[in-house]
Write a protein that binds this ligand. Structure first.
Ligand code: ADP
Ligand code: GN1
Ligand code: MG
Length: 360
């Protein structure tokens, strides 16, 4: 991972209202988008982030969204990100190196890259379901769209095909089977966006990036404390949030596991998440949303995999990578998961029916 110069980091940290004297600043976490640091003073810990302005060019409106949503959640008594202001009272700081923000470090929590046991994933489902409920009455018109067409899968496929045609890094030869896989699945892509467009799927305020490591779990109870990474909160479908959680968390292996024999879609984990999630959203979820929950997992896994592959073809300019094949390795886990999700689609539908039956 690229890091920033120590002097720059200390200088940037000096512009925020931190308690105590600065001790250390070190790289932190496993996010793919922002550059995250743990800042320690002799009084407290903080998260310092260099925001990715390639991905989020409009920092002002991005921070405005986060300020609005976190204030709203705090008024509801929820633990959430706490923006630490600059000496001038702003929510972020810009210098010649980029745009920076600081959050209070949420102590005594863990964020997982792999589900340690089914109960943790059930808790994650309850957390994102609760988050959906908490934002149900939030006025969506206040929110800026931070990334246009974020979960517009046909538009992602359009970008993917452009990357295949350009083949700017001459990597196309190394991933022909993977490219074919996404071409063969083209019939899938309009399912959710068409439903949103014709009104059969309701538009809600959604998180849009519901990976397990975007929840902080209490280190003792393993119950969710706070939902983080609020950069992509925008109007969207509940199916984006449910599907993306399954994509990342209902796998037996890490998102970038190179040994595909270890990568499996777990219906046991699907069930655990569905129990947690549906336990919360049962009063508001529509029949159409319920009917599409298993398909949403396939859709989000298809979309994410084609984004990894497009980024591989473009030379790894979007997602943080640790080695040249990293995005291709990630794409291959997503393909393996889609294949197993397709094989187990009927089972997943039965699980949703059974969970709803139990909740009635
Ligand atoms: P990215 O957009 O790159 O994914 P995140 O905002 O998700 O960045 O942060 C990356 C990681 O840093 C998270 O997965 C989490 O482990 C950790 N993190 C972020 N904010 C906090 C916080 N306020 N307290 C504790 N850990 C945090
Ligand atoms: C990124 O920011 P992070 O690492 O939580 C990406 C998601 C992808 C995910 C794949 C803004 O999430 O859309 O699903 O990587 N976030 C953005 O791991 O593009
Ligand atoms: Mg994140």
């Amino acid at each position: 991972m690229n890091t920033d110069n120590e002097v720059t980091l200390a200088n940037v940290a000096g512009h925020f209202r931190l308690e105590g004297n600065l001790s250390t600043i070190e790289p932190y976490g496993d996010g793919h988008i922002n550059r995250t640091y743990l800042v320690t003073t002799n009084a407290k810990r903080y998260i310092l982030q260099k925001m990715n302005t390639n991905v989020f060019p409009d920092t002002k409106n991005l921070m405005r969204n986060i300020e609005l949503v976190t204030s709203y959640l705090r008024l509801k008594g929820k633990e959430t990100l706490d923006i630490i202001r600059t000496d001038e009272g702003a929510t972020y700081y810009c210098d010649s190196t980029g745009s920076w923000r600081v959050y209070a470090f949420i102590e005594h929590t863990i964020s997982y890259n792999l589900v340690p046991d089914a109960m943790v994933f059930r808790n994650a489902g309850a957390a994102f379901g609760g988050f959906q409920n908490d934002l149900a009455a939030f006025d969506a018109s206040q929110l800026n769209v931070t990334i246009a067409h974020f979960h517009d899968t046909p538009s992602r496929f359009h970008d993917f095909r452009a990357a295949v045609s350009a083949d700017s890094q001459q990597r196309g030869q190394t991933c022909k089977a993977e490219i074919d896989f996404y071409r063969q699945h083209a019939d899938w892509y309009p399912l959710i966006v068409d439903g949103l467009a014709d009104g059969s799927i309701p538009l809600r305020v959604t998180h849009n990036d519901t990976k397990l490591n975007n929840i902080l779990m209490d280190a003792t109870t393993h119950k969710a404390r706070a939902i983080i990474d609020l950069d992509t909160i925008m109007p969207g479908s509940m199916l984006f949030d449910f599907g993306d959680s399954i994509r990342f968390g209902a796998s037996a292996a890490l998102e970038d596991e190179p040994d595909l024999d270890k990568v499996h879609f777990s219906t046991k984990l699907f069930e655990a998440y569905a129990r947690g999630y549906l336990g919360e959203v049962k009063p508001s979820i529509t029949d159409r949303e319920l009917a599409l929950l298993p398909e949403s997992a396939i859709m989000m896994t298809l979309e994410c995999g084609m984004r990894f592959l497009a980024d591989y073809l473009c030379g790894d300019t979007y997602f943080a990578t640790a080695y040249p094949q990293h995005n291709l390795v990630r794409c291959r886990t997503q393909i393996k998961l889609v294949q197993e999700m397709e094989e187990k689609l009927e089972v997943s539908h039965h699980i949703v029916d059974n969970v709803m039956e139990d909740l009635r």
